[in-house]
Design a protein around this ligand. Structure first.
Ligand code: HC1
Ligand code: SF4
Length: 570
């Protein structure tokens, strides 16, 4: 143990502890901006400066470790002055138009500036400008970048994609797309992890909120909304209501107040996906030759983009099943339009997703098959729906729980766990077992695939044969898994990949709580919902069964192939 004094308090911490951690562990708060534990400990912003008694220099506390006997002051006049100057210099290169910033009220720079009492910036403002494609799903606002390097680190260390890099030097130092490429030339997966790790508003999703309000205002449009599994575990986070109160049924109620005509559940389509993807897997497994295994899940567009850019030779191993979002879009503009007896072109499909890549997926032409433009017209992230709720001034405390509309509002516990890493695999195994054995397994029989470690594997007995499966989330973990498969070191039959660490629960469109990784906490909510659901098997979803009976006939039917599968990946 190392003994030291911080702000007159004698403390004792293990060797190699950083000064910042030592302070925090002892209830002493040191402001910081660029720091992210284990990911970005580079002292770039110089906000976490502290004074070490007896030395003339100030040092950064996030990347300097404790030493026996040192005496530290975290808020001496010298520290305060330097800290303030450093923040003022950052502000001199920052477009501080807080009133029109998506991160206002949830911004590290705003908090630090306010806490330091900065009301004026004495330095000349020097802003840089770029020409970012405004319709791209991921927007980078150079004038707001504070060069903290967090986006570079998360993209390099967690996602292993190296989309961002430092450009220029000295006062012109900036961050931009690496290797002098434009964002659309880069290998960006659109996972949005750089957004959720940005402390300010320099990175965000394309704002589609106005388009949603426009659709609601058009009386001839029938607005149909679907809510993705992982949204229900997070939508209240930035709205000042607690997790227990922020149920999906209260979100349904809020959307109804906003005027959406029909409110449905992506879980319905997740169950449909299991019927199609599970049947496809069993069909491939049963082939005498050309099994094309392992089969990879295809519901995460971040992963599909990664596969296309990094492993193009393996693309045909993706399941042909479209994602639940796209299946929902196709079914609502065909089967459901028939049920309503309306022209499908009147239906305007909005999906609420924890995801930025889903904005891209909705626009991929080969994933729209209903014949009336895009199957999914608009994608809003969880953050965007929170903004719409605020714009509508809905009194959240008064929200009562309300049911989804039917029939596309029915979902099982198997559908809801899609939102956590391993969930698609677990749901598929539950139904594959039933399809092969003719009886249900224990719904928790496959829970070995749960968890957060980067890459997990398991094997299960299915009618006497051994089924080998693997699950990965995060693209850095995915790359390791793919290399292992490619080299022949690993052998699997079925592999689930989600681009975001923890799966959609940790998606790039989810609310941001700076410095916190909330995927695990949200996944617990989803597993809790599965546990209490009366139905825990996709093949028991009554609305899915009725849809097959009245419309699709059976999994992998001609109609299913036309509407729910794709062999093209654009
Ligand atoms: Fe997901 Fe999916 S689980 S991809 O993570 O397969 O976005 O939540 O909606 O489509 O169902 C996201 C979540 C979501 C799809 C489903
Ligand atoms: Fe989107 Fe989910 Fe994939 Fe992340 S893991 S890119 S949130 S679909």
């Amino acid at each position: 143990m190392v003994n030291l004094i911080i702000d007159n308090k004698e403390i004792s911490v293990p060797e190699h502890t950083t000064i910042l951690d030592a302070a925090v562990q002892n209830g002493i708060l040191i402001p910081n901006l660029c720091y992210l534990k284990d990911l970005n400990e580079i002292g770039a912003c110089r906000v976490c400066l502290v004074e070490v008694e007896g030395t003339s220099r100030l040092i950064t506390s996030c990347n300097n470790t404790v030493k026996e006997g040192i005496v530290i002051h975290t808020n001496s006049p010298k520290v305060r002055e330097a800290r303030q100057t450093n923040v003022e210099l950052i502000l001199s290169q920052h477009d501080a138009t807080c009133a029109v910033c998506v991160r206002s009220g949830n911004c590290g720079l705003q908090t630090v500036s306010n806490d330091l009492g900065i009301v004026d910036v004495p330095y000349e403002e020097k802003l840089t400008h770029d020409n970012w494609p405004k319709d791209f799903p991921l927007i980078r606002d150079e004038e707001k970048c504070i060069k903290c390097m967090r986006c570079i680190q998360v993209c390099d260390k967690i996602q292993d994609l190296n989309v961002w890099d430092i450009t220029n030097t000295g006062s012109r130092t900036n961050v931009n797309v690496s290797h002098n490429r434009t964002i659309d030339q880069s290998d960006c997966s659109l996972c949005g992890q750089c957004i959720t790790h940005c402390p300010v508003g320099a990175l965000r999703e394309r704002n589609d909120v106005d388009k949603a309000f426009d659709a609601l205002a058009q009386k001839d449009k029938i607005t149909v909304v679907q809510i993705a599994p992982a949204v229900r575990a997070a939508w209240g986070e930035n709205l000042g209501i607690d997790r227990e109160f922020a149920t999906v049924k209260r979100l349904v109620s809020a959307l109804r107040q906003m005027g959406f005509d029909f409110i449905f559940d992506t879980n319905f389509a997740a169950d449909l996906t299991i019927m199609e993807e599970g049947s496809e897997f069993l069909e491939r497994l049963g082939r005498a030759e050309d099994k094309n295994l392992p089969m990879f899940t295809s519901c995460c567009p971040g992963w599909v983009r990664f596969m296309k850019s990094q492993y193009p030779d393996m693309v045909d191993q993706l399941s042909t099943a479209k994602s639940p979002q796209q299946m929902f879009g196709a079914i609502s503009k065909t089967y459901y339009a028939d049920l309503l007896d309306v022209d499908p072109s009147r239906i305007f499909n909005i999906s609420i997703m924890p995801c930025t890549a889903k904005k891209y997926e909705a626009g991929v032409s080969v994933l729209s098959d209903a014949g009336v433009g895009q199957d999914v017209d608009l994608v809003l992230t969880t953050r965007e729906i929170s903004r719409m709720i605020r714009a509508e001034h809905i009194n959240l405390e008064l929200l009562e729980e309300e049911e989804f509309d039917m029939p596309l509002g029915a979902g099982t516990g198997a559908g809801v766990i899609f939102g956590a890493t391993g969930g698609v695999m677990e749901a598929a195994l539950r139904s594959a077992y039933y399809l092969v054995m003719g009886e249900n397994p224990d719904p928790d029989a496959f829970k070995e695939v749960r968890g957060r470690e980067g890459w997990r594997e398991a094997s299960f007995d299915l009618a006497g044969s051994k089924l080998r499966v693997a699950v990965a989330s995060g693209l850095g973990n995915t790359r390791k898994l793919m290399e292992s498969i490619r080299s022949g070191e690993s052998n699997y039959d079925f592999v689930e990949i989600m681009a975001c660490p923890g799966g959609c629960a940790g998606g790039g469109g989810q609310p941001i709580e700076d410095g916190k990784e909330l995927a695990e906490e949200r996944a617990e909510v989803l597993y809790g919902l599965d546990k209490v659901n009366n139905l825990r098997f996709s093949h028991e979803n009554p609305s899915v069964l009725k849809c097959y009976e009245d419309y699709l006939e059976k999994p992998l039917s001609h109609k299913s192939h036309k509407l729910l599968h794709t062999t093209q990946r654009d």
